[in-house]
Structure formats: C-alpha cells, structure tokens
Design a protein around this ligand. Structure first.
Ligand SMILES: Cc1cc2nc3c(=O)[nH]c(=O)nc-3n(C[C@H](O)[C@H](O)[C@H](O)COP(=O)(O)OP(=O)(O)OC[C@H]3O[C@@H](n4cnc5c(N)ncnc54)[C@H](O)[C@@H]3O)c2cc1C
Length: 387
C-alpha cells in the first residue's frame, strides 16, 4: 500500500489510482493544491500493485538518445501556436492520419489543465502549446489501455513522470503506442494557477477567458510573453505581458511554486522511457545560427527505434545536432531546480495575500523592469476603463 512519508516522494502521476483493482485510491488535493493518493485502508487488499507502478519507487537507469535534431515545422501557423518548433503537432497529425488517437494536456471549461484525447486534426489545437501547470491525468491511462488492446494507434504526450507512470501502469510493451514527453522545468499546482487567474481577472467577471497562451511569440520566441483574451459577446480585450513582467511567469521561472517532487525529479536524464523527448532548442551550437529565426525551434531527442521511425517521415526542416548541444541550453534535462527558501513563504501566504504583492515581495525586479511594469499596469487600467 502506498504510504507517503515525504511529499517529495510523489510526482502526482495518477498511476497508482489507475492501477488499483478495487478503486480504493483517491487523489486528494493538499493545502498547496497538488494531488496525492489517499488509500481507503478498509477496502485495500494489500496487493501491492500501486507500489509496482510508482515512478518514484521504480526508477530506470539514465539513457542517452539515439539521435538528436533541431527541427522547425514548415507551417508558420503551427509554429506560431506551438511553444517551440511545432514538432508535437507534426507527430500528432501523423498519428491522426493513420486513424489513431492523441492524448495531451488542454484547458477544460474552467481553465483547469487536464489530459484529454482526440481523433481529429482540429482537436489537436487544444493540446498545442505548453501549459505551465500540473495537468490532471484522471483515468486517462485506463482509456489508453483500452484503445491499445483494441489495436488502435495511440500517441500519449505529457511530462516525463506521466510517461513513466503510463508505462508502469501498462506493464507491457505495445507496438501501437508512441510516447512523447517534454524536457520539464517542473510543474506548479492548479491552485496557484487558479489564484493567479482570479487576481488577473478582477473586475472582469462579465468576461469569459479564452486563448490562454504561456508562450506567446509576439515579442519573439526567446523573449516570449504570457497572453489571454477576455471575451464578452463580440468584444475582446487582449492581455499580453513579457515573461519577466508577468506575475505568474515570474513565480514559475523563479521555481517558487513547483511541486515538491520536481526539486528531486526521479525521471530526468530520459528515465521516463519515452520514445521521443521534445524541448526548446536553446542550445549552444554555433553552426545552427542560420537556422534560428526567433519563431521557435524544437530540440528533438529520439530515444527508441519507434521514435526514429515516426520522426523520419515527418515533413519538417531538420538539422543534425547532439545531446551535448541540447544539454548546454537545457540543464532541466538532467538536473532538478533547487528548492528556493522563499517557496515556504509563498505557500504560507498565497491564499490570503494579493498574488501581485506577494510575488513583488518575494521576487525583486530590476529598476528598468519596474518602470516597464508600471507602464503595462497603467495601460491595462486604461483598457479596463474603456471596456
Ligand atoms: C510544465 C512544462 C515545463 C517545460 N519545461 C521545459 C524546459 O525546462 N525546457 C524545455 O526545453 N522545454 C520545456 N517544456 C517543453 C516546451 O515548452 C515545449 O512544450 C516542447 O518543446 C514541445 O514544443 P512543440 O512546439 O513541439 O509543441 P507544443 O504544441 O508546444 O507542445 C505541446 C505538448 O506539450 C504537452 N503539454 C502542454 N502542457 C502540458 C502539461 N501541463 N502537462 C503535460 N503535458 C503538457 C501537450 O500535451 C503537447 O504534447 C516544458 C513544457 C511544460 C508543459
């Protein structure tokens, strides 16, 4: 039976809940807003399955990819709406064309990040782009298993711990499954995301939030921004802020509200078992400079032969690269971020204090950044007054 002594020992992947034959594990939110398994001890028969599928308890050896590439989708539209070079969409479209099913993270009707699946190209739009919040897996692994058993092709995309959780849950190799994970910085809690949304939407209760984009490329791919739309009837108010001025992104990039397990992630160094790993190609290769146009380049790590086979038939702009070059710009590939002392202060206060003043108190901006923030806030107020 899963008994958590330390919050860092659970990555919230839902594999234990999905695997319990008596459905006696429930995922419950803690005070920080992260989901943890709670076992109904009266019903539990101590079969031990939940422990056998836990990514923390069942660690793999670090891997190195077979091949590494820098890649751009040829479609400008796909690249614009994707976080890096749009490779996820190209892989997913290939699977859809084969009549397969794609699982990914999207927003639900309450702007919560959840895992869903689609069989259509149009359905992929919701999965496109990184959502910097832990997504809720729910019973997705069981649904994947049903599809696989009925010989359907499935692409499952998610964080490395979700991919490892899925593989452990499935217990066996399915040739009709392609798993794609991301180089992962770490994930914030849904409760923090909700607190931010509540703060930023003050005075906008008549409006619906649409098109949330954590990686808006209006200022470029490297200097990306956070954006969303407020919509009422046909009236749209567009909010966009550079990443270093947006309160949520400042907290995320300073690591002050990541999940405890992310500070000692058990699946970095490609230990997720995924076929393909995708990231931003921030890396150091000078000979690729002519390839960068600040619209997004994906780092693609092909970890298995199945990943290689899918990748080889992609119609995209590709350049050979190396693990060393990707790692140079992406330490998250191997190393967890350190837990800042301020994390405790953040979680002690975020429910009672104004989100903005809390972030300002914990993360100092430079003088130049403060001036820019003042102007941005002023413009926002004018926008709201004119609505
Ligand atoms: C929480 C998080 C942290 C990341 N940290 C890094 C990093 O440190 N370095 C780096 O190089 N890249 C990081 N990435 C990955 C990067 O932002 C891109 O997602 C990746 O390069 C793929 O980009 P793309 O253009 O091919 O496709 P996109 O369309 O941008 O990718 C979307 C894919 O990401 C998945 N996804 C989106 N949000 C979530 C989520 N909350 N949980 C699980 N899966 C999700 C979707 O299911 C889909 O498969 C991170 C992504 C996330 C979600």
């Amino acid at each position: 039976m899963i008994k958590l002594q330390n919050k860092k020992d659970c990555c919230g992947c839902y594999a234990c809940m999905n695997s319990c034959p008596l459905a006696c594990i429930e995922m419950q939110e803690d005070a920080e807003g992260f989901a943890y398994p709670v076992v109904n001890e009266e019903r539990c028969i101590s079969c031990g399955l939940c422990e056998k599928v836990c990514p923390v308890l069942n660690n793999l050896q670090p891997r190195k990819p077979l091949y590494v590439y820098a890649v751009k989708a040829k479609s400008q539209k796909i690249r614009k709406n994707s976080s890096s070079g749009g490779v996820f969409s190209l892989l997913a479209e290939q699977v859809i064309q084969k009549g397969g099913i794609v699982f990914g993270a999207c927003f639900d009707e309450n702007n919560k990040v959840v895992h869903r699946y689609t069989r259509t190209k149009e359905g992929l739009e919701a999965f496109r782009g990184s959502k910097y919040v832990q997504s809720e897996i729910g019973s997705a692994y069981k649904i994947v298993e049903d599809f696989l058993k009925s010989d359907q092709v499935v692409l499952f995309s998610g964080t490395p711990c979700q991919i490892r959780g899925l593989h452990l849950f499935l217990k066996k190799f399915y040739p009709n499954l392609l798993t794609v994970d991301i180089i992962c910085h770490g994930v914030p809690s849904p409760k923090v995301w909700n607190a931010y949304l509540t703060q930023v939407s003050k005075g906008m209760s008549q409006y619906k939030i649409e098109n949330i984009n954590f990686r808006d490329k209006q200022y470029g791919w490297r200097n990306f921004g956070f954006s969303l739309n407020y919509v009422k009837d046909k009236h749209v108010i567009h909010l966009i802020e550079p990443k270093y001025l947006n309160y949520y992104m400042r907290g995320f990039l300073s690591d002050i509200f990541l999940r405890p397990s992310c500070y000692q992630c058990p699946v970095r160094s490609l230990k997720s078992g995924s076929d393909i790993t995708l990231g931003d190609y921030w890396g150091g290769a000078g000979d690729l400079l002519d390839f960068f146009d600040d619209k997004g380049v994906s780092a693609v790590l092909l970890n298995t032969q199945s990943g290689v086979d899918y990748f080889n038939i992609l119609d995209a702009e590709k350049r050979d690269s190396s693990y060393k070059d990707v790692l140079a710009g992406n330490q998250s590939l191997e190393q967890s971020h350190s837990e800042p002392e301020k994390r405790t202060l953040f979680y002690a206060s975020f429910e009672h204090e104004c989100f903005y003043s809390l972030i300002d108190r914990l993360i100092r901006l430079s003088f130049k950044e403060r001036i820019k923030l003042f102007i941005l806030n002023f413009r926002m107020r004018i926008n709201k007054l004119n609505k």
